[in-house]
Design a protein around this ligand. Structure first.
Ligand SMILES: Cc1ncc(COP(=O)(O)O)c(C=O)c1O
Length: 492
């Protein structure tokens, strides 16, 4: 355990375990109402709708408050410490965007409200669509899709529709690099395509020659992540794009790593036809934990008519949501999408402006390279692209004779009060740790993180690494058991 840390493990009892018969929290206003001669509030609810004798925990207000405060302290968030979860971009979400997304007018808006009554919100979303198009060089965006994976699925369905509208029904293959995020082949397969894998070379690059060898008149398109999941810019992106287009296919851009390119390069200018962005990563909505996301899909001019509905339009100064677009792949999610996430992204973009967005990518790239270079290069070597600069994240392969060292480091760093990097991804790197500090962290925090990682590696080398984690609210969990016999209900 690192010096200066107390063992702080505790088990929080359930509310049902804390309960004592007859204990109450706040007193309902019924006393006052009775004094003033009004009926008992419960009597206002029709008898058939009342639920009698509900077995609820009986607690004081202070107990409930303490319980939930303790639970919140058993968790970890970017507001407690660095969260360098590579590929997931856990950056700080400015409070002002939270406040605006949580404002009363937003909370009270209902998706079934007539468009004339939410003109303000629709005009904001329309501006957001314009910003995203400008940032990426795409012609139009549909904001409705709720995650990166759903954006990918929409994109490959659009590719399928494009080819079938041209009568090219035999195009049933999608090319995907071996470094791709797992959602890429999954989305292509779900849309009915055969996935054709293309290997990366020892520098972690997809070579145009390798793509030419698999591209044919069966190719519907290629899904490409730039920079890739190794954190490396794909140096032959333009030639790869040419090879796929030359075979009659389309290029899909996985924009989950856009944090590295904001304000610097645009997928539209690189020849991509369709793409998604992860607003819940690049545009500062916290990501993960099953919370809401937004993965808008963007398209070049020739593919825009296939975008999922609804699309925003403006006629005679009035905004509306168009559902009746004959070429669209149709709806994939209810209504306009996760509007609070969209609004946060809008605020983030407005806060930073064009030059601020370019600063984001510069700082994200600088922080990733600084942190990577500060790591013990013997213990944390890179497996691909030695000598190349990283973009927003770096993937190292933890050294060791036996497998399992990446997991040991990932668990041990938790005892320093820091979050682990992504472990064992991408799959082409053995003992992978994928570190993405983002632009949010000050220099001292990067230094502390590198020094903790180096210290842990030193302990592994000396065989002195104890059982970790030992100061988190739960110890080392059985990861298979934790997700398989998942018990979400307590009976008492
Ligand atoms: C490179 C890449 N592509 C796609 C996705 C899928 O995004 P989502 O988790 O929003 O479905 C991720 C998610 O982390 C990613 O890192």
């Amino acid at each position: 355990m690192p010096e200066g840390f107390q063992q702080a493990k505790w088990k929080e009892p359930l509310l049902s375990e804390l309960s004592r018969a007859g204990r109450v929290g706040t007193t309902p206003p019924s006393d006052r109402a009775i004094m003033e001669g009004s009926p008992e509030p419960a009597s206002l609810v029709p008898k058939s709708m009342r639920r009698e004798a509900l077995k609820l925990p009986e607690l004081s207000e202070l107990q409930v408050l303490r319980h939930f405060n303790r639970l919140s302290q058993m968790n970890f968030s970017v507001e407690l410490g660095m969260y360098p979860l590579g590929s997931c971009t856990m950056k700080y979400n400015p409070k002002v965007s939270e406040m605006i997304a949580g404002s009363d007018s937003m909370k009270q808006a209902h998706p079934l409200q007539p468009a004339e009554t939410v003109q303000g919100l629709l005009s904001i979303l329309s501006d957001l669509e314009g910003f995203l198009s400008e940032i990426t060089g795409m012609s139009r965006f549909s904001l409705t899709t709720a995650a990166g994976a759903q954006g990918e699925f929409a994109g490959v369905l659009m590719i399928r529709k494009y080819h079938s509208a041209r009568g090219e029904h035999d195009r049933d293959e999608i090319i995907v690099p071996d470094s791709a995020h797992g959602t890429n082949p999954a989305s292509a397969a779900m849309a009915g395509f055969k996935v054709v894998k293309v290997p990366s070379d020892s520098r972690g690059q997809v070579r145009a020659q390798a793509v030419k060898e698999v591209a044919s008149d069966r190719t519907a398109g290629m899904m490409f992540t730039v920079p890739n999941t190794l954190g490396l810019f794909e140096q032959e992106a333009a030639e790869v794009s040419e090879a796929v287009h030359g075979a009659g296919g389309l290029m899909y851009y996985d924009g989950a790593n856009m944090n590295a390119l904001l304000g610097r390069a645009r997928p539209g200018d690189m020849g991509f036809d369709v793409m998604h962005l992860n607003l819940h990563k690049t545009f500062a909505t916290p990501h993960g934990g099953g919370g809401p996301g937004a993965g808008p899909v963007g398209a070049s001019e020739r593919l825009a008519k296939y975008l999922p509905v609804p699309l925003l339009s403006r006629k005679d100064g009035t905004y509306s949501l168009d559902y009746d677009l004959p070429d669209s792949i149709g709806p994939l999610k209810g209504f306009v999408g996760n509007s609070a996430v969209l609004l946060r992204a809008y605020v983030y973009i407005r806060l930073l402006g064009a030059s601020g967005l370019a600063d984001v990518s510069s700082l994200a790239v600088l922080a990733a390279n600084y942190l990577w270079k500060s790591l013990d290069q013997e213990g944390f070597p890179v497996s691909h692209g030695k000598g190349l600069h990283r973009k927003h994240e770096a993937v190292v392969s933890v050294k060791g004779e036996l497998p399992g060292n990446a997991m040991k480091v990932a668990k041990a760093i938790l005892d320093y009060g820091m979050h682990a990097p992504t472990a064992y991804f991408p799959l082409i790197v053995s003992e992978a740790l994928m570190i993405e500090p983002t632009e949010s962290e000050p220099l001292e925090v990067l230094d502390e993180y590198a020094s903790a990682m180096n210290r842990i590696y030193g302990e592994i080398k000396r065989g002195a690494l104890g059982k970790a984690p030992s100061r988190t609210s739960v110890g080392k969990i059985d990861e298979v058991k934790a997700s398989h016999p998942l018990t979400l209900r307590v009976h008492w």
